[in-house]
Design a binder for this molecule. Structure first.
Ligand code: BGC
Length: 826
């Protein structure tokens, strides 16, 4: 690690300081060779290293090959920080070899809804799982000298209108759910950078949100690194720098620097804000920058790609979840006839679409892996078309023919890229209809059918009661196919546990019943995210949080609660210990989960919350004594009245389980509380008409009650901001293009941008890709124009264009009205 020279800043001119605060193009910071300031190369992230070829700009496909590790969805299901650290180290080595000083990851946003288009890039619906796994990933990457970029800060939980939508989140939900993973990683691992998200949070863009970046991140958590904008998220440095966003990526060119310099001279950009930002970037460059030619690929260090592939294979099996295994159908015997059915067995989907896309060093498919098994006789049927939405009768008949003749049928289905991508959310949880049809057809002829899923987020499984075995393979990376073979054949344990709930249907999920835009996203469910909702509302789910079966069996014994408060009851430290014994015949993995239930509280609390977990990998007959530690925070809630964490005196139930719904042991502790005074109590919800108290939806959440606006306003402590569409003529920089579709000028702009996007991203041709890219572009707004036009249109140009579109929209509106009036007069 190179310490940065404190004398460097005073040696820089104003122009050089300003230059440092924005990228030199899309992927590097500015170097100042005269003053010995190096340039830092940044690159995606997070499940593989993407270094675009020179001149490839923002292309997602034109990049140097790198190991494609399993996506965060799969790694999240491993519940295995040790493994995440190993993956982080490997990523760090590959980043170094590609000359990348800061790797853009991990993504630790919560999976607030199962339809989030980017859920594959996030770990969990639970902040503790995200925090622990994200921290291990950062520790691994940074141990190699490469910096991490914790993203996307904050409340960036959906993709719809992601560039301008305002996430309206109450303070408790922020403090107890959406911020803790960031807080934990910032305070324990000190990531080199934090990436400020595109969206607004409670009225202000994250890149301009002083409360978020200055008050919380820097002052409360002590973050000393660089805050970097998500790509295009910072609109005007004279606003974002004073708010605490140091580095704007990509850079918007020298004319933008001149504008910032002008603001400095005029005093609208405070000098000390610029100095502080520049100082932090200097420190980043000293630590993670490269000088001169060493910056390029010449700096490549050899990497053991074969070893990384093997690690990717192990990691993929570790994140594979055995959802169902009736009658012990799995693992397969390793001999006999196996029908492998479904195009995804031969053309797998193994990573997510969007900025995290990497060009893999190699890809192993399930079909090839099974064909290489000596004892197996494998027959393959494609099952559905390449577009995934259709299957011919002949394809289904062929699938049934090979299934009938086989001892076991393996059907591979999932979500194609057109269903799930960064930039767009799904609107349902269904698999392609042709996939469901295929599963049913195979089940009808062979009851020994294993369904294997390839998807980055939960799907609805309408046939799940009829399928004896279901394996969730997630998007398992370049070695996902061989890892699936390892699991199906019992060479590897399916060690994953769901880090998210699989609802029966999307409309069971509370978020499905809330408005999604156009201006705001009201997080009305507050703390009731994922299992916190389903377990509190006692609603059925398909597969619950924490669920996952093993090939072996375990016994739990000798649970012990050890209280060691060090003489200070206000700061309890409690350890729950349990002995886990492998009572089966195979090596296997057990994940012990500890949930805490507050018996009585002055503020509402979910039924229970995960507060710790421990994992053991044991040989048959082997035992391990596991300990899970709880601290004050494990029992406390955020008290909005006092603006701090509060531990209220009383009883808490400790629940040890294999999932949130499979609790094997319960115990209780009484805590003294910290005497900080009671939480104010929940505000009473009254009926507007009668003035009578209404059942509090936060005390007893249910599908029937939902989360009404009045109750949420009481929680927020303010009225909800308007959530209306911007009218033609009144579009703002934040209005998404999809919300301007009635306006001809906007439609033309959309077409131009769509064409440009396909070119810039270098997407392979195809109607489905075309449509998906269109959906992504439709989320863009005028704020993003300078970035997506590669500075062809600057900030002033974007504003001018917006004015033109508004004027034309108004004219169009009057012309429409005129035509309507003439028609009415006729
Ligand atoms: C994504 C980031 C990514 C960046 C650079 C953005 O669109 O939101 O996660 O790191 O692009 O590719």
């Amino acid at each position: 690690m190179t310490a940065h020279d404190p004398e460097q800043l005073p040696r820089l001119t104003d122009a050089e300081k300003v230059g440092l605060t924005a990228g030199d193009g899309a992927w590097k910071t500015d170097a100042v060779p005269r003053a010995g300031v190096r340039s830092v190369r940044l690159g995606d992230g997070p499940h593989g290293v993407r270094r675009p070829h020179e001149g490839a700009g923002l292309s997602l496909f034109d990049s140097h090959p790198a190991t494609c590790f399993p996506t965060a969805a799969a790694l999240g299901a491993s519940w295995n920080p040790g493994l995440l650290r190993e993956v982080g180290e490997a990523l760090g080595r590959e980043a170094t070899s590609q000359g990348i000083g800061v790797l853009l990851g991990p993504g630790v946003n919560l999976k607030r809804t199962p339809v989030g288009g980017r859920n594959f890039e996030y770990f969990s619906e639970d902040p503790l799982v995200s925090a622990r796994l994200g921290a291990a990933w950062v520790a691994g990457v940074q141990s190699t000298g490469v910096g991490a970029s914790l993203k996307h800060f904050a409340a960036n939980n959906t993709e719809s209108r992601r560039y301008g939508v305002d996430a309206v989140v109450d303070e408790r939900a922020l403090r107890e759910l959406y911020l803790p993973a960031f807080e934990h990683i910032v305070t324990t691992e000190r990531p080199a950078t934090v990436m400020a998200a595109y969206n607004k949070l409670n009225g202000e863009h994250c890149t301009e949100n002083r409360w978020l970046l200055h008050d919380v991140l820097r002052t409360e958590w002590g973050f000393e690194g660089v805050v970097v904008s998500d790509w295009g998220a910072s609109w005007d440095r004279t606003i974002s720098i004073p708010a605490g966003c140091d580095l704007t990526m990509p850079g918007l060119g020298r004319s933008d620097d001149r504008y910032v310099l002008g603001a400095l001279a005029a005093g609208t950009l405070p000098r000390d804000a610029l100095d502080r930002a520049a100082e932090r970037i200097l420190a980043l460059a000293a630590r993670h920058g490269r000088a001169g030619r060493r910056f390029g690929l010449r700096a490549r260090q050899p990497v053991d790609l074969a070893a990384h592939h093997e690690l990717a294979r192990r990691a993929s099996a570790a994140g594979t979840v055995l959802l169902k295994n009736d009658g012990g159908l799995l693992p397969l015997a390793g001999t006999g006839r196996v029908a492998v059915i479904g195009r995804m067995a031969a053309e797998p989907r193994f990573q997510g679409a969007g900025s995290s896309h990497v060009v893999p060093t190699r890809v192993e498919t399930l079909l090839t892996a099974l064909r290489q098994e000596r004892g197996l006789e494998v027959e393959y049927a494609v099952g559905y078309d390449g577009d995934h939405d259709s299957a011919t009768d002949a394809q289904i008949a062929e699938a049934q023919r090979v299934a009938v003749a086989a001892d076991t049928a393996i059907v591979v289905v999932g979500l194609p890229e057109t269903y799930e991508t960064e930039g767009v959310d799904r609107s349902h949880l269904r698999l392609p209809g042709a996939h469901d049809r295929l599963v049913r057809a195979v089940l009808a002829v062979n009851p020994r059918t294993v369904v294997v899923l390839q998807n980055g987020s939960p799907v609805q499984l309408p046939w799940r009661h009829d399928a004896p075995a279901v394996v969730e393979g997630y998007l398992g990376g370049q070695a996902g196919g061989i890892a699936l073979a390892d699991v199906l054949l019992g060479r590897a344990e399916p060690a994953g546990r769901l880090a998210e709930t699989f609802p029966e249907h999307y409309d069971d999920h509370p978020v499905s019943r809330l408005h999604d835009g156009p201006a705001t996203l009201e997080y009305r469910e507050s703390l009731y995210v994922g299992y916190r909702y389903f377990d509190s509302a006692h609603e059925d789910v398909a597969f619950c949080f924490g669920h996952g079966l093993s090939y072996t069996t375990f016994d739990w014994s000798d649970v012990e609660v050890v209280e060691g408060d060090g003489g200070d009851p206000a700061h309890p430290e409690i350890e729950v210990r349990v002995t886990v014994t492998n009572t089966g015949k195979r090596r296997g993995v057990e994940v012990v989960q500890l949930y805490v239930h507050d018996e009585e509280s002055s503020l509402f609390r979910p039924e229970h919350e995960l507060r710790g977990f421990a994992r053991a990998e044991l040989e048959p007959g082997e035992s391990a004594r596991l300990g899970i530690t709880l601290d004050r925070r494990s029992f406390a809630f955020w008290n909005p009245a006092g603006g701090g964490w509060m531990l209220e005196a009383g009883g808490f139930e400790l629940r040890l389980g294999r999932s949130s719904r499979d609790i094997l042991w319960r115990g209780r502790v009484d805590l003294a509380g910290d005497g900080g005074g009671d939480g104010d109590g929940d505000a009473a919800v009254v009926d507007a008409a009668s003035g009578a108290p209404r059942p509090d939806p936060y005390r007893s959440p249910s599908r029937a009650t939902g989360f009404p606006a009045a109750a949420f306003e009481a929680l927020l402590g303010r009225s909800l901001p308007p959530n209306l569409p911007d009218l033609p003529g009144g579009f703002t920089l934040d209005t998404a293009i999809r919300d301007m579709q009635g306006v001809t000028a906007a439609r033309i702009l959309f077409r131009v941008m769509h064409r440009q996007a396909l070119k810039t991203l270098g997407a392979p041709p195809g109607r489905a890709v075309d449509e998906a890219a269109g959906d992504v572009v439709a989320q863009l707004n005028f704020r993003m124009l300078p970035t997506v036009s590669d500075t062809l249109i600057g900030r002033r140009g974007a504003r001018r264009l917006l004015r033109v579109v508004n004027r034309l929209a108004k004219l169009g509106g009057s012309a429409r009205k005129g035509r309507a009036a003439r028609r009415a007069g006729r």
